[in-house]
Write a protein that binds this ligand. Structure first.
Ligand code: IMP
Ligand code: MG
Length: 176
């Protein structure tokens, strides 16, 4: 039985806070890419979708959109175990790539994707992440645009799931 309605996750970042910060981040991106006519925003499925859509609605510079999907094998993410399940369709050679992710945890997923994007000849690669769980980091991943830094708690909502549930919550909550 779905108990979402009875026991909704405790609010960590409200819908209003999310929307305010997302708009602010879009403003920073707009300024930084004002002179670029080859910006490609790449979301990591599925978690980043809600964030990416809201973010890009506030971006006014020309931007193409594409998606990656990754999987990590075994229990938890480990080095070398990140696989690409769905690759991007666009060529990114010579493009300014903005990778959009829901959360940076250990960093293995992002490290793998960032290395791949650079190897494919992107002109620039930057990372935009809604949430940063910095205390969990195992490999270094510089975040160029970071929404919120959070403690080591398991969060759901606004794209983030527990077993595919809660993605559609309009806020970020703590799953207990
Ligand atoms: P990393 O490779 O360990 O950085 O893993 C990042 C991925 O783990 C994210 O894209 C999420 O899919 C997932 N993840 C990490 N922490 C959480 C969380 O608190 N809630 C939901 N998913 C999470
Ligand atoms: Mg994810």
């Amino acid at each position: 039985m779905d108990t979402t309605k009875k026991n909704p996750p405790r609010v960590l970042i409200s819908e209003a806070e999310l929307q305010r910060r997302v708009k602010e981040m879009a403003g920073e991106i707009d300024r930084d890419y004002a002179d670029s006519d080859s910006l490609v925003a790449i979301g990591v499925l599925k978690g980043s979708v809600f964030f990416l859509v809201d973010l890009l609605k506030h971006v006014t510079v020309p931007v193409a959109v594409d998606f990656f999907q990754t999987t990590s094998y075994g229990s938890g993410t480990k080095a070398g175990e990140v696989r690409i399940r769905k690759d991007i369709d666009l060529s990114i050679r010579g493009k300014d790539v903005l990778l959009v992710e829901d959360i940076v945890d250990t960093g293995y997923t992002l490290r793998t994707i960032l290395d791949l994007l650079r190897w494919r000849g992107a002109r620039s690669v930057k990372l935009c992440a809604l949430l940063d769980k910095a205390s969990r980091r195992e490999v270094e991943v510089p975040i160029d645009y970071c929404g919120f830094r959070i403690d080591d708690v398991f969060v759901v909502g606004y794209g983030l799931d527990f077993d595919e549930r809660y993605r559609n919550l309009p806020y970020v909550g703590v799953y207990e």
